[in-house]
Write a protein that binds this ligand. Structure first.
Ligand code: PRX
Length: 599
């Protein structure tokens, strides 16, 4: 197997950073005959070539608890079949294959088949409603969609007419005739050849497209290339402590970047065994999986851990007393702040602390982490991974890094707060926002990538999360763009305007709250509120729809007509209103300008 030598990374952080070299790590990848790198090849073909085909790649745990082991050889065969199907359907290189699938075996064969065939994977979240799905498929030029019959009929069929470029819908289900304009995937792949030769792939060819949300405008399609696999490997080894022989479990949904980078690519690239749980969250189920599957390394989310923490039984028994968690060696989380209480609970309840890691859709891989060899600093995101340089930049009045004639200013004094920036150039750095070059360029200054997160760094170089510089909402680890929610609500005939914020929540971090201004003559009552809730859920899906709706007489605007969410948030929390010099003082006349773009 090809796990990084654990020694230098685990034993001595400073020394590892000093000697680390991306070029040397690059030389560990299997070079294709044309000199390129293919993410799918790294995950599958190389293990067969190196004689590890019979190693178990996946342990798929069905809803009923039955377990199906899948070897790397089998994964190679089934993903080969899918790759051949793309060829047979005439899907061209670089075209986008969208998935609307939960954690299940076919997700892996679709993703790996697509990558090996040099096409681009774009995963969607199954808890999205038709509107976010339509928007992302339109923006992402979807050619192929792989999903289930149920998801198709409920969420895609109603919006199919908006997707003229969608040529093939492939459904996993075997039963019955496929609905009109869809194809049954199993029938098509059954007779396809079981081997596939990965063709020429340049390291910088597009491999993954991940949509993420900004404060304004449409979702952003972050473009990731094949050589990102280099960062997946390195970070999984050094930040998640993954080693040969491990059984890894990443609980993230494959519709988001964590579920793809660490649920699929990283563990397979390192040749370990990955648990794929097809069921839903539940304390008994999750502890059962940790125990029965002998999970050694676990990557999950703070919200899930807080839910486990809350689910403590009345008799006070610890999970370690009820379940055999003795295989578990390392636990880590990502996506939202990990409160120190959870780290302490982990020590007590699981027998080990939870290690916070920080990254983003745009960074493609873990950038900052608490490493296995260091004592965890509860509440800190940790330190940059080897090969990544991070800095705190001085901010201007808008709360973002101040750029003066193209230059930024680094804050070096311990504790100073500013915008987190990363020196551009690590292998999994996004290479663009699809069709939005200017939006991409505006993320960089003076050789730094500006993350949009506010942080401080202590005297020892550990980073501490302060908050986001923008208005996006983190709810249960999912990034939600307020603009997308506001736009959907404003399509309801009763709504004149909406302002959407994240209201702090002890479990989910934040919940989506909408302040709604109704059209004149519309009565604000409980029935309308219920209707708007249902309308939101139908359009946006349960993960994105507002959980709270408050009717208001007026919404605060900037002079350019944009809703001041910052002020809504301050008023909601009873905080000082801060700088209101841009506040519109007159009644807004007409529709506000919601077309502005930005991040
Ligand atoms: O605000 C930070 C928060 O999640 C954002 C990135 O979200 P997304 O692109 O959906 O990727 C999530 C998973 C990689 C960041 O800008 N975030 C991520 N990790 C942490 C965090 N906030 C606090 N602590 C973290 N460890």
């Amino acid at each position: 197997m090809n796990v990084l030598p654990a020694d230098p990374v685990m034993a001595d952080y400073e020394r590892t950073r000093a000697v680390f070299d991306w070029r040397r790590e690059r030389s560990r990848l299997a070079e294709l005959p044309d000199g390129g790198v293919n993410m799918g090849y790294e995950c599958v073909d190389r293990h067969l070539r190196e004689g590890h085909g019979e190693h178990v790649a996946l342990r798929c745990v069905a809803r009923d608890g039955s377990v199906r082991p899948v070897t790397y050889a089998r994964l190679a065969q089934d993903s080969s079949r899918f790759a051949h199907l793309l060829d047979a359907l005439g899907v061209g290189p670089g075209e986008r294959v969208f998935t609307l699938l939960g954690r299940r075996y076919e997700l892996f064969t679709t993703v790996l088949g697509t990558l090996r065939a040099g096409r681009v994977v774009c995963p969607l979240f199954t808890a999205f409603g038709p509107e976010p799905i339509a928007l992302r498929m339109e923006l992402g030029d979807a050619t192929v969609l792989v999903t289930t019959r149920e998801s198709y009929e409920r969420k895609v069929a109603p919006i199919r007419s908006r997707l003229p470029r969608l040529r093939h819908v492939l459904l996993l289900d075997l039963d019955g005739d496929p609905p009109a304009d869809t194809l049954a995937l199993p029938a098509l792949t059954a007779s396809a050849p079981k081997t596939y030769d990965v063709g020429p792939t340049a390291s910088a060819d597009l491999a993954l497209l991940h949509f993420t949300s900004g404060t304004t405008g449409t979702p952003k399609g972050a473009m990731h290339v094949h050589e990102a696999v280099l960062a997946h490997r390195v970070t999984a080894a050094c930040a998640l402590d993954l080693r040969e022989g491990d059984v890894f479990w990443c609980t993230a949904d494959p519709g988001w970047v964590t579920g793809m980078s660490y649920g699929v690519v990283a563990p397979l690239a390192l040749g370990v065994t990955t648990v794929v749980d097809e069921g839903d969250f539940g304390p008994a189920r999750w502890y059962g999986i940790l125990s029965d599957q002998h999970v050694t390394v676990w990557y999950t989310a703070p919200t899930a851990l807080r839910m486990l923490m809350r689910a403590a039984p009345r008799d006070g028994a610890l999970p370690t007393e009820r379940y055999d968690l003795s295989s578990l060696r390392f636990a880590a989380s990502v996506g939202e702040p990990l409160n120190p209480e959870v780290v302490h609970w982990g020590r007590r309840a699981l027998g080990l602390p939870v290690h916070d890691t920080w990254w983003q859709t745009e960074t493609g891989a873990i950038m900052i982490a608490n490493f296995a060899a260091d004592p965890v600093r509860p509440g800190s995101m940790g330190r940059p991974v080897p090969g990544v340089e991070a800095a705190v930049l001085a901010c201007g009045e808008d709360g973002r890094a101040a750029i003066d004639e193209g230059h930024v200013r680094l804050l070096r004094q311990p504790g100073a707060q500013g915008e987190l920036a990363l020196r551009a150039g690590w292998p999994s750095m996004f290479r663009g926002y699809l069709h939005e070059p200017r939006r991409y360029e505006s993320c960089f200054a003076d050789g730094w990538y500006l993350t949009g997160d506010l942080v401080s760094r202590d005297a020892d170089g550990w980073f501490w999360f302060v908050g986001r510089a923008d208005d996006v909402i983190k709810s249960a680890g999912h990034l939600i763009g307020p603009f997308e929610v506001e736009s959907a609500l404003m399509e309801h005939p009763a709504v004149a305007e909406a302002g959407v914020i994240g209201r702090p929540d002890p479990l989910a971090g934040a919940i989506v709250k909408a302040f709604v201004l109704l059209r004149p003559d519309v009565h604000a009552g409980a029935e309308l509120r219920r209707e708007l809730h249902a309308f939101g859920r139908r359009r946006l899906g349960p993960a994105v729809a507002p959980r709270e709706i408050e009717f208001v007489e007026d919404l605060p605007h900037t002079r350019s007509g944009k809703v001041m969410r910052r002020l809504l948030r301050a008023r909601e929390l009873g905080l000082p209103e801060g700088d209101v010099s841009t506040l519109e003082t007159r009644e807004p006349s007409g529709t506000p300008d919601t077309t502005a773009k930005g991040s």
